[in-house]
Design a protein around this ligand. Sequence first.
Ligand code: ADE
Length: 257
Amino acid sequence: MRIDILTLFPEMFESPLNYSILKRAQEQGLVAIAVTNIRDFAADRYRKVDDKPYGGGPGMVMMPGPVFDCFEHVAKLAPPEGLCRGRPALEARAGCPRHGRVILLTPQGTPFNQSKARELAQEDRLILIAGRYEGFDERIRVGLNAEQISIGDYILNGGELAAMVIVDAVVRLLPGALGDEDSAKSDSFSVGANDDLPLLEYPHYTRPEVFRGLKVPDILLSGDHAKIAQWRREQSLERTRQWRPDLLERGDREKGG
Ligand code: ADE
């Protein structure tokens, strides 16, 4: 997979992309992540990328020119060799533009969740565009045929953190990105992703057996794997009921219940 991030603050990505699973996935060649500065495509000597909104009102709006030029530059870059292993060349895929999916990060977007992460992890290529100021000139969304994603119902100072959240959630789903393939499957929200309800995770314990008077539940020390599996399932259900009852209701609705 290749992920391009278009932003006015490329430095913000240096640290999150260079640790742990994201770093390893890039080193292993599972994903190439490139960050490009939209300001480098500004047309004037002041490197202007925003302007006042037509019709008046507060704040500044991101101009379409620099974003389009930046996008067109990035879209031409081919995914590095080997990143589409086992798949037809991107250019040759009917109905699949060479640049893959284009996503604007904005609070107006479709809410991001685990099923969207799974969907995006199937793509060969993503282009994420992080906005600043009051938002994007509408012609950016229309002209680039971009979808919009929000990471939650709150306003961030820009789309950069949202882009990082998406990259993190997507890359860990790429086959081979996690040391233990199973650990992604049993994560909260991924349990029984097909026809089961999404549940929160059961509680985890590690050594020591007693910590400041708090003991690991006996069942986990019993060696009875069937009983342990049943206990964990019950714990998952109970926690979901207590902390995120909306997930169970949503599951019922999705099942037509
Ligand atoms: N930009 C500003 N706020 C955002 C949000 N909640 N999600 C995605 N992008 C944003």
